[in-house]
Design a protein around this ligand. Structure first.
Ligand SMILES: [Zn+2]
Ligand SMILES: [Zn+2]
Length: 326
């Protein structure tokens, strides 16, 4: 009897204890995380201030957890751009080639259209119709100053650009009878890449009846040079013009070189890839004295214009296929 009572008491105690525990576990106390308000931007959603309990997964609009809200109610929608048409200066152009842009008064982004769908950059022509005469040896001081194009430090940062320039001579090449070469060099320096510069050599062999035009490309530090011989039509054109109009097109890590034919159509000479994107270019202009050049016979690079990424040469690329001379 004594034993039974003891067991009953123990059982009752256990029962009471269990019941007590169950009741206590049923009373959930929210452990609230305070989430700060985040203002939506033009393109990114934000959220209102709310409190969240990880224990029960509920959202509340107040710290006292008296107003439960749905998770979706915490989100505030993106605001969208507020665009206004912005005028472009004469020497500016949109990176999509457009002549007008729309700017958002909230985020400051610039777009091709009022709806703010296509982001564009406003690009400025950096130099145009300037003449640069290199009158020293490649290592001379004039070369160094020519890195400052037109007396101005002019790095070219865009990932896409087309630069058109005349590369030739300061004299009448049709009068040359020498078997020597005449050359003009352009060094393209990249400020944050290795190898950090690249050279374009324009060479004319003026021997009468055997004229040849060679464009030689090399990436300094990356091994040998590659020479591309242009066809005879270009020799005739050089005698007419004392040089050629060339185009350099940068498209990200690709750099392509075109020569304009007698009809002004760009023909692909070569393209090279592997240029680090992000590299910034600046130009050095030089020529070698060793190759017939003297005070009278100099090299010239002039009419330099940069169209940035507004010229699509892909059609020419397809049309001419393989590079000239390959
Ligand atoms: Zn809770
Ligand atoms: Zn905006």
């Amino acid at each position: 009897m004594k034993n039974r009572l003891r067991i009953l008491t123990a059982a009752l105690a256990a029962c009471l204890f269990a019941g007590c525990c169950l009741a206590a576990c049923n009373v959930h106390t929210h452990e609230l995380t305070d989430v700060q308000e985040k203002t939506a931007t033009c393109i990114e959603a934000g959220n209102r201030a709310y409190w969240y309990c990880e224990g029960c997964g509920k959202y509340f609009s107040d710290e006292a957890a008296s107003q439960e809200i749905a998770e979706a109610d915490t989100v505030t929608a993106p605001l969208g751009h507020v665009t206004q048409r912005a005028a472009l200066a004469d020497d500016e152009i949109a990176s999509n080639g457009g002549r007008e842009v729309w700017t958002c008064s909230r985020c400051g982004e610039t777009f091709a259209e009022q709806s703010g769908k296509t982001p564009v950059d406003v690009l400025a022509k950096m130099f145009t119709d300037r003449e640069f005469y290199a009158e020293g040896t490649e290592n001379g001081p004039d070369v160094f100053t020519s890195t400052q194009i037109g007396g101005k430090f002019a790095p070219i940062a865009p990932q896409k650009f087309v630069m058109r320039f005349f590369m030739g001579f300061t004299y009448d090449v049709s009068e040359l009878v020498s078997g020597q070469n005449v050359e003009v060099h352009m060094n393209i320096h990249r400020t944050d890449a290795n190898p950090n510069w690249w050279q374009l050599v324009f060479r004319y062999h003026p021997t009468a009846g055997q004229e040849t035009v060679v464009i030689e490309a090399s990436r300094i530090g990356a091994g040998g040079r590659t020479a591309y011989t242009l066809d005879r039509a270009f020799s005739d054109l050089i005698k007419e013009q004392n040089g050629l109009y060339l185009l350099l097109q940068r498209d990200g890590d690709r750099l392509a070189c075109y020569a304009e034919d007698a009809d002004g159509k760009p023909q692909l000479i070569f393209s090279v890839t592997g240029f680090s994107t992000g590299a910034i270019y600046q130009m050095r202009i030089a020529h070698f004295e060793n190759y017939y050049a003297d005070e009278t016979h100099g090299g010239v690079i002039r009419d330099m214009t940069i169209a940035l990424d507004t010229v699509d040469l892909s059609a020419e690329r397809t049309e001419y296929g393989e590079p000239i001379g390959s």
